[in-house]
Design a protein around this ligand. Structure first.
Ligand code: FA5
Length: 396
């Protein structure tokens, strides 16, 4: 093999802005032996150059110098034509082998660099959802971490919506009393929402619920649930007795919004079914819940009422917390606000789901969560809770 000019391939010296890794890599290549003379030595230097680059971008810039038209390797290959056929074959084979070796090294390094860059990008773009907004915002404005630690108050931290907070608090109260929490669908069949609750088709009590029907066949067979009472049926159908459960969730009625009503609202249903349950247990449970949620000193009363799925039935009311009983727009001048309905589970309901009413008895209740929040936080008009004006929500 004829000697070759080691400087035959032109090596760039690194363009303006070239990274340190690339400069080191180019230096490695500049000092490499001629591959036509020492292919293994050149491959070693080329691999060191590949290792020296610090980014995928640098590796891309180095590529033409390593394996491209301007490379020592290509120059060596071009000079093969001057060799005798036998020599040319051996030297060509050797140059092919080192090319493959360096190509593999480039690919391996490219994989490492791309993965490292992806990791760095993900880390830089990571959102810490638990970080207080003031600090996060201050940092995004360029404040140092010391300034963030000192509490540069730019934005205030968000808060859980009043209704969700009340739902959580009510769940906590009942879980503390030994209840479990169950769930049911917001879209219900007519059977669960009405029939199983002792309201067959055309029963006049259906008029108590202004119902949204889904546009499916057969007509009026599927509804947006008007109350959480259908979840009672689902819990009883699971067949596990005794039952001590609360079932919070969203309900829907075709009602015009006013100071105490909203077309989309929330209830928490309660159901206890066991041997020997009495109305006294119901009254005691409601009293415990009221004291735990509103604090002592709240005046409450049970008034006789009618629900087809409980017998006897009652409505649970507290003194209006806006006017303290004097009468105002919120309580329609009565001084009292109804929070929910309740009663002893009608034996027909137990029978409909295969529970023996001779052995088991129970009570149920359904409270308006929004109504509870409204009364606890003294909000005269329920609509204010859904205007999403943070000044209102923050006051509570
Ligand atoms: C019922 O919905 C019965 N399912 C309650 C029940 C359960 C009775 C178990 C017996 C046994 P009622 O329609 O009264 O009852 O609603 C109960 C409570 O839900 C009301 O007192 C009120 O607090 C709340 N509520 C009802 N409609 C609305 C509405 N449109 N906006 C806000 N809250 C409402």
């Amino acid at each position: 093999m004829t000697g070759a000019d080691p400087g035959g391939a032109s090596h760039g010296t690194g363009a303006a802005g070239t990274g340190v890794g690339q400069v080191v890599a180019e230096d490695e290549l500049a000092g490499a032996p001629d591959p036509a003379v020492d292919p293994a030595g050149w491959a070693l230097a080329a691999e060191r150059a590949v290792e020296a680059v610090a980014s995928a971008e640098e590796l891309r810039s180095l590529d033409p110098l390593l394996l491209g038209k301007r490379s020592q390797l290509t120059a060596a290959r071009q000079r093969l034509g001057g060799l005798a056929p036998e020599e040319r074959k051996a030297a060509g084979g050797e140059l092919n082998r080192v090319r493959q070796q360096v190509e593999a090294a480039v690919e391996r390094r490219r994989g490492e660099l791309v993965a490292a860059e992806r990791r760095a990008r993900v880390e830089a773009e990571r959102l810490d959802l638990t970080e207080p907004l003031a600090a996060a915002r201050a940092r995004s404005l360029g404040a140092t971490s010391a300034a963030c630690g000192a509490g540069v108050a730019v934005w205030r931290q968000g808060l859980v919506h009043l209704v969700q907070r009340t739902r959580d608090q009510l769940e906590d109260v009942f879980v503390g009393m030994g209840f479990t929490v169950a769930d049911g669908p917001e879209v219900e069949t007519d059977w669960y929402n009405f029939e199983a609750l002792n309201m067959p088709p055309a029963h006049p009590a259906r008029g108590m619920f202004d119902t949204f029907y889904l546009d499916v066949e057969p007509a009026e067979s599927v509804v947006l649930r008007t109350h959480t009472s259908p979840v009672q049926i689902r819990v009883l159908q699971s067949g596990r007795l005794p039952v001590y459960a609360v079932m919070p969730g969203r309900c829907f009625r075709r009602e015009t919004a006013d100071a105490r009503h909203f077309p989309v609202f929330h209830q928490v249903e309660g159901l206890v079914v066991d041997e020997g349950i009495t109305f006294g247990d119901l009254a005691g449970t409601i009293e415990t819940f009221t004291a735990a949620y509103f604090g002592p000193g709240i005046s409450a009363r049970l008034r006789p009422a009618f629900f087809p799925f409980t017998e006897p039935s009652a409505e649970f009311e507290i003194t209006c917390t806006i006017c303290h009983g004097a009468g105002c727009r919120t309580c329609s001048g009565t001084g009292w606000v109804e929070l929910g309905g309740c009663g002893m589970v009608d034996p027909a309901v137990l029978q409909a789901v295969g529970v023996d009413p001779e052995r088991y008895s129970g009570f149920a209740f359904g409270f308006g969560i929004d109504r509870c929040a409204q009364m606890r936080y003294g909000i005269p008009d329920m609509r204010a809770m859904f205007d999403n004006d943070v000044r209102v929500l923050r006051q509570a």
